[in-house]
Ligand binder design. Structure first.
Ligand code: ZN
Ligand code: ZN
Length: 65
């Protein structure tokens, strides 16, 4: 099921059974604590998401979605 992919770390694809997952507040991807980028007590999937969250519009947005 595709739904299973949504609850895996977007980096290493581990599931909540293996690791604790956080949800990126910018893009809503799941990321495990090991791969999360921490900023101000929040967990983001990438540094880029953290910067978007705090600073707004991205200047170097890579269209990879
Ligand atoms: Zn991971
Ligand atoms: Zn993100």
């Amino acid at each position: 099921m595709d739904a299973l992919k949504l609850i895996r770390c977007c980096v290493c694809a581990r599931t909540p059974e293996d690791v604790r997952l956080a949800i990126c507040p910018t893009c809503a991807k799941r990321v495990c604590a090991e791969h999360a980028f921490r900023r101000s007590g929040k967990f983001f999937c990438t540094k880029q998401c953290a910067e978007w969250f705090f600073y707004g519009d991205p200047e170097d947005l890579e269209p990879e979605e």
